[in-house]
Design a protein around this ligand. Structure first.
Ligand SMILES: CC(C)(COP(=O)(O)OP(=O)(O)OC[C@H]1O[C@@H](n2cnc3c(N)ncnc32)[C@H](O)[C@@H]1OP(=O)(O)O)[C@@H](O)C(=O)NCCC(=O)NCCS
Length: 394
C-alpha cells in the first residue's frame, strides 16, 4: 500500500464496511434488524427457531414438509458422544461455562466425520448443522454435571427450544415457557458483523474449519462488552436489589466511570428492536412465577438511566438485547452463569451461516483473507533500529 492511501483507525472498525453479506442487516438509526429480508419482530412472533435456522442456512423460508424433515435432521444430530460426557465429568465444577462450551466445540470437532474434508460446501454445511444441534446438548449436559447430576439425553419428540429446557431440567416444559425460550433463540440467532461473528469470519477466511471458527466466536462472545453482558446485567440487578436503590447505583456508576450493563450499543442509536420484544416477555414470566421484582427494577433502571445520561452527558442511551433477557432467563430458572452460553446456543445459527458465506459466497465481491494493517507506534533507538547488544552486556 502506498503511503498516501494508508488510513489509520483507532476506532474498533466502527463505521468501516469490511465485507458484503446477504445474511442480515442492522439499521441502527431506524432500530431495524432483518434476517434474510425478514424483520426479526415478525420472526420472533411467528417462526420457530428451526424455521429461522433453515432461513439463515438456505436463504428462504421452508414449506411444511421441508420444515418437518429439517426438524427431524436437527434432532437426530443432537446426541453428543459419550466420550465427551465423560470428559465433562473430569472438569472442575466451577469452570466457566463459556470455557466448557469452547472446549466442547473443539472436542466435537474430534468426532466429526467430515473434519478433514476441505473446500466442500456440503461438508461445511453438515458441520454447521451438527454444531447447531449439539451445542445445546453440550451445555445442558454441563449444567447438570457441574451440579452433580447425570446428563439427560435429548428427546426425539421435542423441538429445539423444548429439548434444551428438558435436557437442562429433566422435565418437559409447558408451551408458554417453550414459546418464550423459542422467541429468545430467534432473537439472538443473528446480528450481522458483531464481534463474535467477525471473529468467526476472520478465522473462516483462513479456510480453517467450521469448529475452529465457532470456537473463536464463543471466546469472543464471552466478553463483558459482548454476550457476557447478560450475566452481568443480572449480577447488577442483584446488587441494586430494590427500586429504592436505583438512583444511588446510577450515581455511583456514572461518577466512578463504571458501566451500567445492558445499556448502549455500538450500532443502535434508538431502541434495540430485540429489547422491545424481550421486555414484555420478562414481565409475563415474572408474573407467572410471582416475582416481578427483577422486571420492575429493570424497567425503572431503564427510565432513570436514560434520564441520567441525558442530564449528565446530554446523550440518548438505550437498552440492548442483554438488558431484559437477564430478568427473563432468571425467571425461567436458568442459572446466571448459563445466560451467555444460552446466547451462544442460539448465535451458533448465525456463526455457521457466516462461515458458509465467508468460504463459499458465489456472488462478487468474494470475501478474502482478512489482513488489516497497523501503525507501529513502538520504540526506535533514535532514527534507526535498535543496535543488538549481547545479553551479558545489558
Ligand atoms: C456496547 C458498548 C461497548 C458500546 O460502546 P460505544 O460504542 O463506545 O458507545 P458510545 O460511543 O455510544 O459511548 C458514548 C459514551 O457513553 C458511555 N457509555 C456507553 N455505554 C455505557 C454504559 N452501558 N454505561 C455507562 N456508560 C456508557 C461511553 O463510555 C462513552 O462515554 P464517554 O463519551 O465519556 O467516553 C457500550 O455501550 C457498553 O459498554 N455497554 C455496556 C455493556 C453491554 O451492555 N454490552 C452488550 C452490548 S450488546
Amino acid at each position: 500500500m502506498t503511503e498516501e492511501c494508508k488510513i489509520t483507525m483507532n476506532t474498533g472498525l466502527r463505521g468501516v464496511t469490511v465485507a458484503s453479506t446477504r445474511v442480515s442487516d442492522v439499521d441502527g438509526d431506524a432500530g431495524k434488524l432483518i434476517y434474510r429480508g425478514y424483520l426479526v419482530k415478525d420472526l420472533a412472533e411467528n417462526a420457530s427457531f428451526e424455521e429461522v435456522v433453515f432461513l439463515l442456512l438456505y436463504e428462504r423460508m421452508p414449506n411444511l414438509q421441508e420444515l418437518a424433515s429439517f426438524k427431524k435432521a436437527l434432532v437426530s444430530e443432537m446426541p453428543i458422544p459419550r466420550e465427551i460426557i465423560a470428559a465433562l465429568k473430569t472438569r472442575p465444577r466451577d469452570s466457566l461455562p463459556m470455557d466448557i462450551l469452547q472446549a466442547g466445540v473443539a472436542m466435537l470437532a474430534n468426532h466429526d466425520p467430515d473434519i478433514r474434508i476441505e473446500g466442500e460446501r456440503e461438508a461445511t454445511l453438515r458441520m454447521g448443522i451438527r454444531l447447531i444441534a449439539k451445542m445445546p446438548t453440550l451445555l445442558a449436559a454441563w449444567s447438570r454435571i457441574c451440579t452433580g447430576q447425570d446428563a439427560v439425553p435429548p428427546s426425539r419428540d421435542l423441538g429445539h427450544a423444548a429439548n434444551f429446557l428438558y435436557m437442562m431440567t429433566g422435565r418437559v416444559p409447558d408451551d408458554e415457557i417453550t414459546g418464550f425460550f423459542d422467541a429468545c433463540l430467534v432473537l439472538h440467532a443473528e446480528h450481522s458483523f458483531n464481534a463474535s461473528t467477525f471473529a468467526a469470519r476472520e478465522v473462516a477466511s483462513t479456510r480453517a474449519h467450521m469448529y475452529a471458527a465457532v470456537g473463536a466466536a464463543v471466546g469472543s462472545l464471552s466478553g463483558a462488552l459482548h454476550g457476557g453482558a447478560n450475566t452481568r446485567v443480572m449480577q447488577m440487578l442483584k446488587v441494586i436489589d430494590s427500586v429504592d436503590n436505583i438512583d444511588a447505583y446510577i450515581e455511583k456508576q456514572l461518577t466512578g466511570g463504571g458501566l451500567i450493563m445492558g445499556l448502549g450499543h455500538a450500532v443502535y442509536k434508538v431502541d434495540d428492536p430485540r429489547a422491545l420484544i424481550l421486555a414484555p416477555m420478562s414481565k409475563k414470566m415474572g408474573e407467572r412465577i410471582g416475582e416481578v421484582k427483577w422486571y420492575e427494577i429493570s424497567r425503572r433502571l431503564e427510565e432513570k438511566a436514560k434520564a441520567a445520561f441525558k442530564r449528565r452527558k446530554n446523550m440518548d442511551i438505550y437498552v440492548n438485547v442483554d438488558f431484559y433477557s437477564a430478568s427473563l432467563y432468571y425467571a425461567m430458572g436458568i442459572a446466571m452463569d448459563l445466560f451467555t452460553p444460552v446466547f451462544a446456543i442460539s448465535r451458533i445459527a448465525g456463526w455457521a451461516t457466516h462461515v458458509l458465506e465467508e468460504q463459499y459466497a458465489d456472488a462478487a465481491p468474494k470475501p478474502m483473507l482478512y489482513r488489516p494493517e497497523s501503525e507501529y507506534i513502538g520504540d526506535y533507538c533514535g532514527p534507526a533500529e535498535c543496535a543488538w547488544e549481547p545479553i551479558e552486556r545489558r
